[in-house]
Design a protein around this ligand. Structure first.
Ligand code: SF4
Ligand code: SF4
Length: 192
């Protein structure tokens, strides 16, 4: 490196330092140029489309599992069982907001529109377990046991009804056209 280059580097360093100090000095003396906020006393309002913590309205959620499948970091987990009316019943629905990267894919794909971003973003914790949001507050095993009982009761009821129908059919009087009790007509479609 020649002497000329050496002096040019020194001049450049002095000029760039002066430029930086000029900006620092401007923010330091002009209150209107303030760029820092006194958080948490002063809070910035998130923008309209801000993606905060997720919330699932479990009354609307259909347990379709599409959000679970689409999540690139596997931070949603759910358990569901089929109820007596054939609809799925959520036993648990958890989101690990410590792992979530707020990409919004799960919200986009949710067919029931039950999953939404809130504007919440404050959840500092020293316990990772606290970063798992539980949307079903009842114990999963209790829900499963209750649903299994309802399914068993519905099946028993259906079996009883089928048995009663069979018995009624067997107790029906034999066909006797003379007594005004004709034999049931044969279904032409069943012929052949
Ligand atoms: S926002 Fe993205 S990372 Fe977070 S739960 Fe949804 S899909 Fe997963
Ligand atoms: S995609 Fe929506 S409806 Fe389906 S399980 Fe997830 S939150 Fe529920």
């Amino acid at each position: 490196m020649g002497l000329k280059q050496y002096i040019a580097d020194i001049v450049e360093a002095v000029v760039t330092t002066a430029k930086g100090m000029k900006i620092t000095a401007r923010y330091g003396v002009d209150a209107g140029e303030e760029v820092t906020q006194q958080y948490p006393e002063v809070r910035r309002e998130p923008s309209e489309r801000f993606r905060g913590f997720l919330h699932n309205d479990i009354k609307v959620c259909t347990s379709c599992t599409m959000c679970v499948k689409v999540c690139p970091v596997d931070c949603i987990s759910l358990e569901a069982v089929r109820g007596a009316d054939k609809k799925m019943v959520l036993a648990s629905y958890d989101i690990n907001i410590g792992r979530c990267m707020y990409c919004g894919l799960c919200v986009e794909i949710c067919p029931a529109k039950s999953l939404k971003h809130t504007r919440g973003y404050e959840k500092a914790s020293v316990d990772r377990g606290e970063l798992i949001l539980h949307f079903v507050h009842e114990d999963a095993s209790e829900i499963k046991a209750r649903v299994a009982k309802q399914v068993a009761e519905a099946a028993a009821k259906a079996a009883e009804a089928a048995k009663a129908a069979e018995a009624a059919k067997a107790a029906a009087p034999a066909p006797n056209p003379a007594a005004g009790n004709p034999a049931p007509k044969e279904d032409p479609e069943k012929k052949g």
